[in-house]
Ligand binder design. Structure first.
Ligand SMILES: [Fe+2]
Ligand SMILES: [Fe+2]
Ligand SMILES: [Fe+2]
Length: 412
């Protein structure tokens, strides 16, 4: 149906993780940039202690994704306490998510230990210098950021932050790292960088060489991790991103997309709801209809997906396929109010795959719908030009296969 040739993207691992992890940096107060801020503190410490330059990419890549084991605002709120109750669960979850991919395995091991205390009694069984150095640095930076996120001018807050951190030298934190921290804490630039609008630019300046991902399979693997984080927001969206991705790739194959394009639309499907990480879970899980105010909050999710994916070089088409999934051919979708002329085939496929998936999945207020109900609803949507009639026809012609995809995911 379409015939654009797609160059193999050449993407820096750090930039990919940093862009995607922005979606994890939302909490009830909005975009807090916790992962970027932790990476920035880590980079100051690394420079001061003259950390081997080969270790810097590993440190910063781990830092920008260290809380991958959390999805909900509720889980994030727990980690915003200075003394966290049972941090081990999210460390293990982060490890499980990342350890399946060879390129991320070294990061997984660092993340597993990023709340290990220096004095031991850790569920990991490690203490002192047996805890990986990069985990120790992230732990310190992470706790500094929790204190630095509190209200007030950051330079006014600095003495109290330094006091609290030093009070835990030798108990929570590695004493040698505290000495390093005290040196960097003297620099106003650390604190001003942390709270500035220019944190992105600063982070870019601080890492000169980074592993590059060239294989589509690595991009798929990383996108699968984020799909799990997104779907972890609610038990009702459990596997939604996977289902949309698989149905979209299947429909794209039927529509004549090349193999590479099918893999790219799979990636787009995995990431289409990335912006949902910015939405409170009680709105996502609301048992009845949404109020106008709640729907206005929901509407931000595709906008955020779009803005984040637009930061990744080589993701231009994937972004359109992912972020336009609530646009409608008749111009009444959101957030861009595109019309048919502006909606690529991949975006139309994604919209159909998303609606099909949402209808066949269980929701808090109803069970998944049977075929005749799905057909009835989607045919009406095609008649009002909300969705593409031809793509819908492909789905209807292959309904059994689409249903099988859902069944296979439910079992797996
Ligand atoms: Fe953490
Ligand atoms: Fe953290
Ligand atoms: Fe959506």
């Amino acid at each position: 149906m379409i015939n654009t040739s797609i160059a193999q993207p050449k993407i820096e691992l750090y930039k990919l993780l940093r862009a995607l992890s922005l979606a994890m940096d939302y909490n009830r107060n909005g975009l807090m940039r916790h992962h970027q801020r932790v990476a920035l503190i880590c980079s100051y410490i690394a420079k001061e202690m003259q950390l081997e330059s080969a270790k810097l990419p590993q440190l910063l890549c781990s830092a920008v994704i260290h809380d991958a084991g959390t999805s909900t605002f509720h889980e994030k709120a727990d980690l915003e306490q200075f003394e966290v109750n049972n941090p081990w669960r999210h460390c293990q979850k982060g490890y499980q998510l990342l350890s399946n991919m060879p390129v991320l395995l070294p990061l997984a091991e660092i993340i597993l230990h990023h709340h290990d205390r220096w004095d031991g009694q850790n569920p990991s069984g490690l203490s002192g210098s047996a805890i990986p150095l990069l985990s120790r640095i992230i732990f310190l930076a992470d706790r500094v950021d929790v204190l630095a996120g509190r209200p007030g001018n950051i330079l006014d807050c600095r003495p109290e932050i330094v006091r609290q951190i030093n009070a835990r030298s030798g108990t929570m934190f590695d004493p040698e790292l505290i000495n390093v921290f005290n040196k960097v804490a003297d620099k106003e630039s650390l604190w001003l960088d942390l709270t500035s609008q220019f944190i992105d630019i600063n982070l870019d300046r601080r890492l000169h060489t980074c592993p590059v991902i060239t294989g589509q399979s690595e991009i798929i693997g990383i996108s699968q991790i984020f799909a799990e984080i997104i779907d972890g927001k609610s038990p009702f969206t459990h596997r939604h991103s996977r289902l949309v991705a698989e149905v979209a790739a299947f429909l794209a194959g039927q529509a004549g997309f090349t193999n590479t394009q099918q893999k790219n639309i799979y990636v787009a499907g995995l990431l289409h709801d990335l912006g949902k990480l910015s939405i409170p879970e009680e709105i996502l899980e609301k048992p009845a209809g949404l109020s106008r105010q709640e729907f206005n909050i929901i509407k931000q999710h595709t906008y955020i997906t779009y803005q984040i994916l637009s930061m990744i070089n080589g993701f231009e088409e994937i972004n359109q396929w992912a972020a336009y999934h609530h646009e409608k051919l008749n111009g009444e979708g959101y957030p861009f109010h595109l019309t048919g002329a502006d909606m690529p085939t991949g975006s139309r496929i994604m919209a159909v795959a998303d609606i099909f998936s949402a209808l066949v999945e269980d929701r808090p207020y109803r069970k998944g719908l049977p075929r005749h109900r799905v057909e009835e609803i989607m045919i009406r949507m095609a008649e009002t030009r909300s969705i593409d009639r031809e793509i819908l026809q492909i789905l209807m012609d292959n309904y059994k296969e689409a249903e099988n995809i859902k069944e296979a995911l439910a079992v797996g």
